[in-house]
Design a binder for this molecule. Structure first.
Ligand SMILES: [Zn+2]
Length: 251
């Protein structure tokens, strides 16, 4: 007594082939599953707008169920997930931008730390990217440099001041005009090499003017032209194995 007769196709079928329906006396729908499926399809085709509206209204009033259904759908069709997400992003570009901005603002410190870590681990790569950007967008580059300078006027001034003070303290009074001209030559060379190669070069003090162990002098034999990247990665480090030229003992 586990069979039931379908009222549409009039076939006897096991109860599992009928949808449960608590509103009926038997507890099962009158149509078998395959007849119900045909009926639903026909009904949908004949009343598409109405069915879609009812479904939409149902989803709105059952948000959690909607999520479960969507999850089940994407589990069954994993390949559609990326596609759907891409399409959604395309339709909601502004929303995506806004939410990224909010996320960045909320995670400002973490984002900055992560970026600094990434950059310090790939110094050459980021120097190259910056240079490429600079060459491709000279106007935007200048504007952003200027914006950064204006936002950090005090820091720039302090840095420049410190640089001058160091140079003055480290510049011996006994330098001859020839030696001074020789030193200017390094700065001229660094500008020229920068322009010729497109790679930023700087005049470096072989023994840093404010080293940890020793302080170098601002004299011709302590100067050399190196790339800005090399200079930045060198910092104030100095290995005493380098020939002990231009040394002035640290105070
Ligand atoms: Zn049937």
């Amino acid at each position: 007594m586990n069979d039931k007769s379908c009222r549409v196709c009039a076939t006897d079928k096991p109860l599992e082939l009928f949808q449960k329906d608590p509103r009926t006396k038997s507890g099962y729908a009158g149509r078998c599953l395959s007849c119900a499926s045909i009926y639903k399809r026909r009904h949908y085709e004949a009343n598409r707008e109405h069915v879609l509206a009812v479904n939409r209204a149902w989803r709105v009033s059952h948000p959690e169920a909607g999520i479960v259904i969507q999850k089940r759908y994407y589990e069954a069709h994993p390949e559609r997930r990326a596609e759907a997400s891409r399409a959604w992003k395309e339709r909601n570009i502004d929303r995506c931008k806004a939410s990224r901005a909010i996320h960045r603002e909320k995670n400002k410190v973490a984002t900055k730390v992560a970026r600094q870590k990434r950059e310090s681990e790939n110094k050459e790569k980021y120097a190259r990217l910056r240079l490429e950007y600079k060459l491709a967008n000279p106007e935007a580059w200048r504007a952003s440099q200027e914006k950064h300078r204006l936002a950090n006027l005090d820091r720039f001034a302090a840095k420049e001041q410190l640089r001058r003070a160091k140079k003055i303290n480290a510049t011996p009074a006994w330098l001859t005009p020839t030696q001074k001209a020789e030193m200017l030559g390094f700065y001229t060379e660094s500008r020229a090499v920068t322009e010729q190669t497109g790679v930023e070069h700087e005049v470096d003090h072989i023994v840093p003017l404010r080293g940890r162990l020793v302080c170098g002098l601002h004299v011709p034999w302590n100067l050399r032209v190196i790339t800005k990247t090399e200079n930045a990665s060198k910092g104030n480090r100095f290995s005493p194995e380098i020939s002990p030229i231009a040394l002035q003992l640290s105070a």
